[in-house]
Design a protein around this ligand. Structure first.
Ligand SMILES: [Zn+2]
Length: 112
């Protein structure tokens, strides 16, 4: 899709151009690609990439992301839902569809 598009095809929200960090799992390895140009929906946070960016991402991954080619290596904290006790009462129901639900961490997404 074009970077000039202004409405999110997924939810109808407003899209703005930005740079994002992509993360993807390759088996047990977590890969991060920094500063990827993307059109980002302000409402559902869906990210859209133009054709040239997709091409570059595909070329970058062709060799399976060897560590020797990485710009740097991050140490990443890993969490488990097991740390959160099951509440005595059922949480209030939300009318949001499970597929579009996002945690209410606005600040988290702002940092890109
Ligand atoms: Zn959206």
């Amino acid at each position: 899709m074009s970077m000039q598009a202004q409405t999110c095809p997924a939810c109808g929200g407003t899209i703005r151009e930005d740079h994002v960090h992509m993360s993807l799992w390759k088996g047990e390895r977590l890969i991060v690609i920094e500063d990827v140009p993307a059109a980002v929906c302000e409402q559902c946070h869906e990210q859209y990439y133009d054709d040239f960016t997709r091409y570059r991402i595909e070329r970058l991954g062709e060799n399976g992301f060897p560590v020797a080619d990485a710009q740097r290596v991050l140490e990443v904290p890993v969490f488990s839902l097991d740390a959160v006790p099951i509440p005595q009462q059922e949480p209030a129901e939300t009318d949001e569809e499970a597929s579009v639900w996002q945690p209410d961490w606005s600040d988290f997404y702002e940092t890109g």
